[in-house]
Design a protein around this ligand. Structure first.
Ligand code: BGC
Length: 728
């Protein structure tokens, strides 16, 4: 560092072009960054397309986070991460710009396909595993978009206005988990403001929380174009502006004229040098096995589809049945979303080709057009094909134009011509299996009665077509689970009245009640709950036990048995629940999960560790986590609405009581272990005992210092003495 001139140091705080950091002599090389997150989008430098949006170098396209998240399988995410890293090494990429772990606050967010879940624990665990996998080969991962980037509307300017408890309990924990558990080399700040301050120049977010509290020792990069003020950003803790705006002189000038302490610049440069030392230069290999990577993509896709319903066990398709495969999406797969995460795949499997290869005599009809234009002839052909079959496998979903980075959706319905086609196909009397392709949730409530089975195929990457065929034909059992609730109607979504805001602000008025936290607390009926997903077997749960292993720490165990007739995976989910008459917190929250594979008749004892943090809530007045003493319930089950075993436990709390002051209420004094003693010693129990219940109810809400107002005669001196007695 000491060999670097001021100008050289300033040059290291921005890139040399859209995808590279700046090299300085032989001190540090230029590092190559590339999207991310479900495969590489390395720009083809000869293409003249600076962003590489359409003409990136081919790479394996794995299931986007909406799919991979639904696998609930961190081991699989680690494998996918490692496989992406192998391609990164071969392509000379030093840092992969992913994973994205923003919370799905509304099903309308156009970029939900890039995010894992409405739940922070699930997002954090899956994200950490992906980071781990990527970094296992010496390639950096970059967690994004930090933070509270939950919509695309006005994303570059809007202020997400969120109370601190909601930030701490919903929007930050996934980042926190990944930073603490997987130590990513980079974090990317979001475009938006948080409570009025751009993420890129938010010192609280980038320095106090990220580094001082969580111990992040990596580099913070801007989202592409997120910096408004270079000097303010650097001071707040942002180390690298991407892409460069040619404004490095502003940094050097600010140091020269004393507005910016040189140590601040040195700190950012130090972080870039540390990043360079973490990612070894020069690829060890130049090639990778495209077939093997495609197989990993297929394995991941298989684990990610969610079987929502399967009436009469219509799936898997029994041998010998005549099958009509319907819907353009069976032939032209929708397998990833649009925008910066778009990968040019190495190959592409279509479900129709895979099914045709496996099924004698299967027929295909497109049924509808993907551009939304009605086509009665296509519809007629599809209905005719269905009428001649035993089973119609009908692919429905959202066209490419319906969802993308950069804009939000306005509704959650499938295109009307597709649901009309479904009704007509069902009208032939054939068994209908609907296979969905969509990045954001679509409503099923208006049409699901017409389908015997629904397989939610999300966006599954380049091998999605063959993976769906594997599941439909039963060579593998579905094992994905919903990472987000499917509501009946858009209007049921808790953020509905607060999304996407306007006039420069989006107010997170639903607070912590995101997704199932809302539906379960208020008992709102949903189409399919968080955590739901069927398989081709059944599972039984038994023997839930908890053993206290420390202060506010328990080992929880439950036995899961495969009671069906074939091998399959179960996702065992552990929730902590509070049954409050008047809710002060979500009814239940996911605190652990495990995906296990079981042969028919086999059992496994599944074990979870529950910690104080799993019970805690964020107290803004304390500026920290709190655990209240009392009862809580451990629930284990197969979805947030399919709880199979319950166990009541209790916690002594964390022993913390808020400090008492003259402005603490009588109730707070009486509930405080020392305060109540001091009060009783000062006045004798009897004075308070004379209060009627109604008077006591009223008095409990009055701060001690205000009692004088009501002629009860607590002079300031007396109150001061009481406060001193508590402090002493
Ligand atoms: C996106 C990021 C992406 C970056 C570089 C931005 O517009 O928000 O997720 O990594 O572009 O392509």
């Amino acid at each position: 560092m000491k060999d670097l001139t001021l100008a050289e140091k300033a040059s290291l705080t921005s890139g040399s072009d859209t995808w590279h950091t700046t090299a300085v002599r032989d001190v540090v090389r230029a590092l190559t960054l590339s999207d991310g997150p479900h495969g590489l989008r390395r720009q083809d430098e000869s293409s003249g397309d600076a962003l590489g949006l359409t003409r990136s170098v081919p790479a394996t396209c794995f299931p986007p986070a909406v799919g991979l998240g639904s696998s609930w399988d961190p081991e699989l995410a680690r494998l996918v991460g490692g496989t992406i890293a192998r391609e990164a090494r071969a392509q000379g990429v030093d840092v992969v710009l992913g994973p994205g772990v923003n919370i799905k606050r509304s099903p309308l967010c156009g970029r939900n396909f890039e995010y894992f879940s409405e739940d922070p624990r699930l997002s954090g665990v899956m994200g950490a595993a992906l980071v781990d996998g990527i970094q296992s080969l010496g390639v950096g991962a970059c967690v994004k978009h930090y933070a509270v980037n939950n919509q695309e509307t006005d994303r570059m300017r809007i202020s997400a206005d969120v109370d601190e408890r909601t930030l701490r309990e919903i929007y930050l924990p996934a980042f926190e988990h990944i930073v603490r558990e997987a130590a990513p080399y980079m974090v990317m700040c979001a475009y938006n403001k948080i409570n009025g301050v751009y993420a890129s120049q938010n010192r609280w977010l980038l320095t106090e929380v990220l580094r001082e509290e969580w111990g992040f020792d990596g580099l913070v990069v801007s989202d592409w174009g997120a910096v408004a003020d270079r000097v303010a950003a650097l001071e707040a803790g942002l180390d690298l502006e991407m892409p460069p705006t040619g404004t490095d002189a502003e940094i050097a000038d600010a140091v020269r004229d004393g507005r910016l302490p040189e140590e601040v610049l040195d700190r950012a440069v130090g972080r870039l040098l540390r990043l360079a030392s973490r990612v070894p230069a020069a690829p060890a290999t130049t090639g990778w096995d495209a077939d093997a990577h495609h197989e990993v993509a297929r394995q991941a896709a298989r684990a990610s589809a969610v079987l929502l319903k399967n009436d009469g066990d219509v799936l898997p398709i029994a041998p010998g049945r005549k099958v009509a495969v319907l819907g353009e999406l069976a032939r032209t797969p929708r397998y990833q979303g649009h925008g910066s995460s778009h990968v040019v795949p190495t190959r592409l499997d279509s479900a129709w080709e895979s099914l045709a290869a496996a099924l004698d005599g299967a027929v295909f009809a497109a049924g509808y057009r993907l551009d939304g234009q009605a086509d009665p002839e296509l519809e007629r052909e599809a209905v005719e094909a269905a009428a001649g079959a035993d089973v119609a496998v009908l692919f429905l979903g959202l066209p490419d134009s319906a969802e993308s980075e950069g804009f939000d959706r306005t509704g959650i319905d499938l295109p009307g011509d597709q649901t009309t086609l479904l009704r007509r196909v069902a009208g032939t009397g054939v068994d209908v299996v609907v296979v969905l392709s969509n990045g954001g949730v679509v409503s099923v409530s208006g049409w699901q009665d017409a389908a015997s089975a629904i397989l939610e195929g999300w966006l599954l990457g380049q091998a999605g077509g063959s993976a769906l065929a594997d599941l439909l034909l039963g060579t593998h059992s579905p094992s994905g689970r919903l990472t987000e609730t499917i509501p009946h109607r858009l209007a049921d979504v808790p953020s509905h009245l607060h999304f996407p805001g306007g006039d420069g602000h989006v107010v997170y008025g639903e607070g912590r009640y995101v997704g199932y936290r809302h539906y379960d607390t208020l008992d709102v009926d949903v189409a399919y709950p968080f955590g739901h997903g069927l398989s081709y077997t059944t599972f039984a749960y038994s023997g839930l036990e908890a053993r206290e292993t420390g202060a506010n720490e328990w080992q929880v165990e439950v036995t899961v048995t495969n009671t069906g007739s074939r091998f399959a995976h179960e996702v065992v989910q552990l929730y902590v629940a509070f049954d409050e008459e008047r809710p002060t917190r979500p009814r239940r929250e996911l605190r652990g999960f495990a995906k296990i594979g079981l042969e028919p008749g086999a059992s496994e004892r599944v074990s979870f560790t529950l910690t104080g943090r799993d019970l805690a809530w964020w107290s803004a007045s304390r500026g920290g986590w709190r655990i209240d003493p009392g009862a809580f319930t451990v629930e284990v089950g197969a979805s947030s609405r399919d709880i199979r075993q319950r166990l009541e436990l209790s916690t002594p709390g964390d022993g913390w009581a808020p400090p008492l002051t003259a402005m603490s209420t009588l109730g707070e004094w009486l509930d405080h272990p020392v305060g109540s003693r001091v009060l009783k010693e000062a006045f004798g129990g009897s004075a308070l005992d004379r209060f009627s219940p109604a008077l006591m109810g009223l008095a409990r809400g009055i701060p001690l210092a205000k009692f004088r107002t009501f002629g009860i005669g607590l002079s300031p001196e007396v109150v001061d003495r009481l406060v001193a007695a508590v402090d002493g």
